[in-house]
Design a protein around this ligand. Structure first.
Ligand code: ZN
Length: 160
């Protein structure tokens, strides 16, 4: 069967940036299971998976607009080092902060003297996502999976 809305799909994936650096990969691990057409993967990847079938292999370059979005400069703020109290502050450290729409993950992107730049953009914002994909399995979703918007059973997760 071909992948369509509400198919349960298992994929093996490798994600690289434009420099060829591997950012994430499921090779040698369990396949990633997801419910197609429900926004569980970035839209640019779901579009490419549409109508593919078990055994298909492909590569796709997903632009940032169809991935994790473009970098929003408004989400980068400079705060005084003293705001961190006695906590260690290093570039690359991530922590939770209160955003307008609830908790967000922010990353320390730069430390200049006693000023700290914190970035609330997704770590992959502005990045072209180069995926190598193998479709491992396609099946129909159960009514319960469709109602919940995610996959149950092997490779899936459940919560009550
Ligand atoms: Zn569920």
């Amino acid at each position: 069967m071909k992948i369509k809305k509400n198919s349960v799909v298992a994929i093996t994936y490798t994600l690289k940036n434009d420099g060829g650096e591997i950012l994430d990969s499921s090779v040698g691990k369990e396949s990633l299971y997801y419910l197609h057409g429900n926004g569980n993967l970035v839209i640019g990847l779901e579009e490419e998976l549409e109508n593919k079938a078990k055994g298909d292999k492909f590569s796709v370059a997903v632009p940032a607009e169809k991935g994790y979005g473009n970098v929003d400069p408004k989400l980068v703020q400079t705060v005084p080092l003293s705001a961190f109290g006695t906590n260690k502050v290093e570039v690359g450290m991530q922590f939770h902060a209160e955003g307008q729409g609830g908790p967000v993950v922010v990353t320390i992107s730069e430390v200049i003297g006693d000023q700290v730049k914190v970035d609330g953009n997704h770590p992959l914002a502005g990045v072209t996502l180069n995926f190598d994909i193998i479709v491992d399995e396609v099946r129909e979703a159960t009514a319960e999976e469709i109602a919940h918007g995610h996959v149950h059973g092997p490779g899936g997760h459940h919560h009550h």
